[in-house]
Design a protein around this ligand. Structure first.
Ligand code: SAM
Length: 279
């Protein structure tokens, strides 16, 4: 039984490059965990060394998760089990959600210790809208599957965030330009590390930039939402109003058309009255 923390599962975010980003709370949980479930014990050993702690580690990754999960769940009843990934927030393009699901099902406490996440860090660098965003993880590497995945998200009115590797970056950007249109984008690389950069531009221009010089290091691509559809023409507006006026009084017709075409309701009402007057 741990003296300082109550038993349960602790999801601990760790730095994505700069060790200074490890929060004091994350360090405290790691230093006091009874066991740390890790992707790669060499990576986490380095982090533990950095905080002057030596804790037992157990591997938890895609290849052994199903086998070791029940044992970890059993331990959470009386011990502090911390989950980390090699970098960033566990569960985000990393293993962990089934551990959380099963911990909850078993009635154990689940605590999150939030911190760095490459997707969110890249979003803060790219200068693209942040009010709605969709994280799509890694796209498939095969051309056809990738094109299908891109087609699936093409209509979504949100900034898109995805992870990619240097050697595949240019082909991925070309496929994105083809499937989404040549949108503005940002390629964020080596975030929080010495050579951090975020290069912005149209997808096709970025694809060309990296075609002969695949960048080194870790990469996040951030892509602008699709352009707003062009405003409805006066003819479209009148046609929609005329149709709505066959069913509704002017105020309601104006309200309905305003919503559908994204136009000003008051102006539509005035136009509806004009149209009615002209009949
Ligand atoms: N769980 C992690 C997180 O919270 O960001 C992501 C894990 S995923 C397996 C690893 C990918 O995250 C890398 O291939 C890269 O696309 C992105 N990534 C991780 N660290 C990064 C960094 N410092 N700069 C840019 N991208 C990074």
């Amino acid at each position: 039984m741990n003296a300082e923390l109550s038993p349960g599962l602790y999801i601990v975010a760790t730095p994505i490059g700069n060790l200074g980003d490890l929060s004091p709370r994350a360090a405290h949980v790691l230093a006091n965990a009874d066991v740390v479930a890790v992707e790669d014990s060499r990576v986490t050993a380095g982090l533990l060394r950095h905080i002057g702690a030596r804790r037992p580690m157990t591997p938890y990754h895609d290849h052994n998760a199903d086998a070791v999960r029940p044992g970890l769940i059993a331990r959470m009843g009386g011990e502090v089990v911390a989950l980390v990934s090699d970098a960033g927030t566990p569960l985000i393009s990393d293993p962990g959600y089934k551990l959380v699901r099963d911990a909850r099902a078993a009635g154990h406490q689940v605590v999150t210790v939030p911190g760095p996440c490459a997707a969110v860090a890249a979003l803060t660098l790219a200068g693209l809208p942040t009010d709605r965003f969709l994280f799509v993880g890694f796209l498939p590497s095969r051309q056809h599957a990738r094109a299908e995945a891109i087609a699936e998200i093409a209509g979504i009115r949100a900034t898109l965030i995805l992870y990619e590797s240097g050697p595949r970056l240019s082909a991925c950007l070309t496929a994105l330009a083809e499937g989404l249109g040549d949108r503005e984008a940002g390629v964020a690389r080596e975030i929080t590390k010495k050579f951090e950069e975020c290069v912005t531009g149209r997808l096709s221009v970025l694809a060309e930039r990296y075609a002969d010089a695949p960048p080194k290091g870790e990469i996040v691509v951030v892509i602008a939402p699709p352009d707003a559809p062009p405003p409805a023409s006066a003819d479209d507006r009148d046609a929609a109003l005329a149709e709505a006026l066959t069913r509704l009084p002017p105020a309601k017709a104006a309200g309905e058309v305003a919503k559908r075409l994204g136009l000003d309701r008051k102006a539509l009402y005035a136009r509806a009255m004009e149209m009615k007057g002209g009949q």
